[in-house]
Design a protein around this ligand. Structure first.
Ligand code: GAL
Length: 649
């Protein structure tokens, strides 16, 4: 199992390399990731390459048995490249980004692509046969720092080609996009604009006041641009090396379609910071991020940046309390992780990330966090056979689609509507009942329940699969704002819920973007804050009714028998507790395993073992018992603050 750290020799004095390697060994690390920001060290001047500094460090790491995942350094272009070429992105106002941080480059800049190709080729040639190198990372966190969408002339031209590839003619595009509205008709693909700032919207507006088809297609194109840029690098490395290739992703981040980005990669890696300057996340949110990552290929992943200290750029997030770093690492493993690298080895005293603490503080003296990480590594080593290649026993899946994320972002339906929050609410409800829920797309086989909340854009192929799943006995749960749009982001002409109408056995008579006090009662009760569909059951049965307003006594939640299966339709947003009650009811009916434990206890069932995580800062007694695989002792259900238990199962 990969257990390691992110380490950058260019940040340190050569005389420290050996001591650092010794400490890494002592911590139990067998791998490090490096080089992903070292372009100006590798190529200090155009065409002049220097790999000696890294070779020297690598020799030391080899001596200590530490393998290397090499990052291509293209996320941080050198100054000479910026000064001599046009590599920078343009924002929606046409403004050029400024060089001086990272991720400022445009994926479609020919100059950037050319320079990237050269440095990647040189690196691949130089390191392909180095025995220390066990893998490659392409670039670093594509899309980070709001860098997915660029509005430069290169992008405009590429977008025209992208559209030409997709549409049979400009007439087809005009028709599909409805450019008749506001005289937006195009004469050629070359004519098509980018959805840049226009006069109809306030500055810094979140939503773009452009044709919604243009907006969605542009987002798809921008995402594809990075997929293509990544592929250019992959193809070069593949000429020289057959070692596995990854790129580090960002969990919930959604500007790039990660399914597409994942296709060309050998394995998924991602960066996990449960509590930093910007976010102190609920544990379910972190679990969902792991599941999003696992679900991209339905394959285990490696966390390539795991939080190991307090962190932030300007201010710091909270310091991980004793046991939390171990807990987070086990949480990652529980949800499909099979490798952990901590970011970073040692806090750096200069540069932007002075406040990003690592395994070691600035003084470099092993402390509490170091020893916790060392202990965790020993546990992983001992239980490696339960980790490597192990699968989780999922009974339920939630479908996640980037098209839907983007379409909901473009047209949010109502104030307070947030697709991410809706998906998260469903995930959390399941996770809190310790229902094993995957987050993925495309394959419905083998699950008892599939959740598609607010699944707005659904194409015919997917609909066929969903229908088959239900016909064969599966349970589908969908909700308001589902099946309403086509793939061009236009509203469908059939009665709502459009694509899901027949499966759900209902028609939506009316709907309301909720402002006035609204409630439902029946099998569950809840206040409704954002959206209310007034449902007319056709073949469905009602489970809940509105209890006030002009649609009092009309259906709010329904269930429909379809084939051998069943379809639930939830017409309104629910309070979290109510949603949990509904999920419990649906799961019990579908014979899905539920384990109700005290708050903050998470139980994950994997092939061969059961992992119990206590996310609380206090002792908790769980209902689970057994022999601990960690220490061979009898586990009586009691977990310490942030405690972890692994049981055979
Ligand atoms: C990640 C990034 C790292 C480092 C870290 C701390 O997003 O990949 O390079 O910057 O955050 O800020």
């Amino acid at each position: 199992m990969q257990y390691g750290v992110d380490y950058y020799p260019e940040h340190w004095d050569k005389k420290d390399y050996e001591e650092h390697a010794r400490l890494m060994k002592e911590a139990g690390f067998n791998v490090l990731r490096t080089a992903e920001f070292a372009w100006s060290k590798f190529e200090p001047r155009p065409g002049e390459y220097d790999f000696a500094w890294l070779d020297e460090a690598m020799e030391i790491w080899q001596k200590y048995g530490i393998k290397v995942v090499l990052g291509t350094p293209t996320a941080a272009p050198p100054k000479w490249l910026n000064d001599s070429k046009d590599i920078l992105m343009r924002d929606r106002y046409g403004r050029k980004r400024a060089w001086g941080s990272r991720r400022e480059c445009c994926a479609n800049s020919p100059d950037y692509i050319e320079a990237s190709k050269k440095i990647v080729e040189k690196m691949a040639q130089h390191y392909a046969n180095n025995p220390a190198v066990i893998g490659w990372q392409i670039d670093n966190e594509f899309g980070c720092h709001n860098s997915t969408r660029c509005y430069c002339e290169n992008c405009r031209q590429k977008f025209a080609k992208w559209l030409e590839n997709k549409y049979s003619s400009i007439d087809e595009l005009n028709q599909k996009w409805g450019t008749a509205f506001w005289s937006l008709t195009y004469d050629s693909f070359e004519d098509v604009i980018l959805p840049a700032y226009n006069s109809c919207e306030p500055e810094n507006a979140q939503s773009f006041s452009h044709n919604p088809s243009l907006d969605l297609e542009y987002r798809r194109f921008a995402s594809d641009s990075w997929v293509d840029y990544q592929k250019i690098q992959i193809d070069i490395i593949r000429k020289y090396s057959d070692k596995p290739i990854n790129t580090n992703m960002m969990g919930h981040f959604a500007d790039i379609d990660y399914y597409n980005l994942a296709k060309d990669l050998d394995y998924i890696t991602w960066d996990n910071y449960p509590q930093d300057q910007w976010n102190v996340q609920e544990h379910e949110h972190v679990s969902m991020a792991h599941e999003i990552m696992r679900g991209l290929k339905n394959q285990n992943f490696v966390v390539t940046e795991e939080q190991s200290g307090p962190c932030g750029w300007d201010v710091m997030g909270p310091t991980p309390e004793p046991g939390q770093i171990r807990l987070w690492a086990w949480q990652a493993i529980a949800h499909g992780g099979e490798g952990i690298l901590y970011f970073r080895f040692k806090a750096l005293h200069y540069g932007m990330e002075q406040y990003w603490y690592g395994v070691l503080d600035h003084d470099g003296i092993p402390g509490r966090r170091f020893y916790e990480i060392q202990k965790t590594g020993r546990e992983f080593q001992k239980l490696e056979k339960y980790i490597l290649g192990a699968r989780n026993n999922y009974e339920v899946m939630m479908v996640r689609s980037y098209d839907n994320i983007w379409a909901h972002d473009i047209k949010k339906h109502a104030k307070g509507f947030n697709y991410h929050d809706i998906e998260y609410a469903f995930f959390k409800a399941n996770n809190d009942l310790n229902i094993q829920i995957a987050v993925s797309k495309g394959n419905y086989e083998g699950y008892k329940i599939v959740y598609m909340p607010a699944y707005n854009i659904v194409d015919e192929k997917e609909m066929e699969k969903v229908t088959k799943f239900v016909e064969k006995g599966g349970v589908l749960v969908t909700s308001f704002r589902s099946g309403q749009r086509d793939e061009y982001n236009n509203i469908r002409l059939d009665t709502l819920p459009g694509a899901f109408k027949e499966l759900a056995g209902i028609e939506i008579e009316e709907f309301d973007a909720v402002v006035k006090p609204t409630h439902i009662c029946g099998k569950i009760s809840s206040a409704v804050k954002v959206w209310a569909d007034v449902i007319k059951p056709v073949t469905a049965e009602s489970l809940c009714y509105y209890s006030d307003r002009y649609f009092k006594a009309k259906s709010a939640v329904t269930v429909n028998e379809y084939g051998k299966g069943r379809v639930y339709y939830i017409g309104c947003d629910l309070e979290q507790e109510a949603l949990k009650n509904l999920v419990r009811m649906i799961s019990q009916d579908a014979k899905v395993t539920i384990s109700e434990e005290p708050e903050g206890i998470e139980i994950v069932y994997r092939e061969g073992c059961e992992i119990i995580l206590n996310h609380n800062d206090h002792d908790v007694i769980t209902s689970h018992r057994g022999i601990s695989l960690l220490d061979g002792e009898i586990f009586d259900g009691r977990l310490n603050p942030y405690g972890v238990e692994v049981l055979e199962g």
